[in-house]
Design a protein around this ligand. Structure first.
Ligand code: ADP
Ligand code: MG
Length: 321
């Protein structure tokens, strides 16, 4: 059983994809082996994330949706990645902006229980039928915060961002099965896989077969993954997926290091493909960076940069046979 504690932090949900990311990360934190994501109306209409993780005990449901409540600060493994999003803000932020329904059943509990928060107003917990695990739905996101709603792009564009977020999360956790359904159409349904299989599923087999494997370990920092040969590029950098300590990040330093590593091998305006996993001790990450942006600050940026450049250049110099 979990114990939910309060912490101080500040964060808001800016777009549907940010809500999707928070909900899927919660499912991963709960030890889910399978995660199902459903998006309707660009995620503004409806987001649903279902997992088979450890669930939330009925008595703790009201706390889970309270501001600054988290069950995670006592877990050593999670403290080590504390920079990447454990601060008890996601569910209350979502519940303040739209209608949030959390239905959950831990393994030891006879039935599921449900709590609803709508525009910040919390309704009573009620018992419902449901399987072990958690299902979180978000409806009418930003109906309670119209100012934020007008910054959204078209439903199609927001759905695309949601799908990108789920793909990035699926790469971050290949051992977890992931399905994504957008407006009733199955986008993908991936079984638990190893990294190579997951990369092939996300990038497509034809591209994935051309990727070069990289590995570089220096003391406690390890960088592993797949990069494209200089001949395989894209006009957009969104085919670069960085995962740090199991969490997807969009990190300028890592992107810049990748670009430097290819040097003049790639024309301006083109980007190599990359799926990279970095493992780094938590004390080498700055904890004061805004977590919603998933940006990192490294205590020793030069070491990380040179590890990346060395690994990429070694892979590019190895002739393919
Ligand atoms: P945080 O993840 O930073 O702890 P959240 O607001 O995202 O804060 O979630 C609050 C709490 O609700 C979590 O600490 C966890 O105890 C519980 N929780 C949320 N989603 C799930 C889930 N899918 N499975 C199990 N517990 C969850
Ligand atoms: Mg969370």
């Amino acid at each position: 059983p979990t114990t939910i504690n309060r912490i101080a932090a500040g964060e808001v949900i800016e777009r549907p994809a940010a809500a999707v990311k928070e909900l899927v990360e919660n499912a991963l934190d709960a030890g889910a082996r399978r995660i199902g994501v459903t998006i309707e109306g660009g995620g503004i209409g409806r987001i649903e994330v279902t997992d088979d993780g450890h669930g939330i005990p009925e008595a703790e449901l009201p706390l889970a949706i309270e501001r600054h409540a988290t069950s995670k600060l006592t877990d050593e493994a999670l403290v080590r990645i504390a920079t990447l999003g454990f601060r008890g803000e996601a569910l209350p932020s979502i519940g303040a902006a739209g209608r949030l329904t959390v239905t959950s059943r831990p393994a030891g509990q006879d039935s599921a229980a449900r709590i609803v928060v709508d525009g910040g107003a919390v309704r009573e917990v009620e018992p419902v039928a449901g399987p072990v695990g958690t299902c979180v739905t978000v409806e009418d996101l930003f109906h309670a915060t119209p100012a934020r709603r007008k910054f959204l792009r078209s439903a199609g564009a927001e759905a695309g961002s949601c799908a990108d977020a789920v793909r990035h999360l699926a790469l971050a956790a290949p051992a977890v099965g992931f399905s994504l359904t957008i407006d009733g159409a199955a986008s993908f349904d991936l079984p638990p896989q190893d990294r190579r299989e997951r990369v092939a599923a996300i990038y497509g087999r034809a591209d994935a077969e051309k990727l070069l494997e990289i590995e570089a370990v220096r003391e406690e920092v390890a960088l592993r993954g797949f990069i494209s040969p200089a001949s395989l590029t894209r006009a957009a950098a969104r085919h670069q997926h960085m995962v740090v300590n199991g969490r997807p990040v969009r990190d300028p330093l890592l992107r810049m290091a990748l670009r430097l590593a290819y040097r003049e091998r790639i024309p301006a305006g083109r980007h190599p493909l990359a799926a990279l996993w970095l493992e780094i001790p938590a004390e080498m990450l700055d904890v004061n960076v805004h977590p919603a942006k998933a940006e990192l600050r490294f205590a020793a940026p030069d070491a990380v940069r040179s590890l990346m450049i060395g690994a990429v250049q070694r892979a590019l110099a190895t002739p393919a046979d």
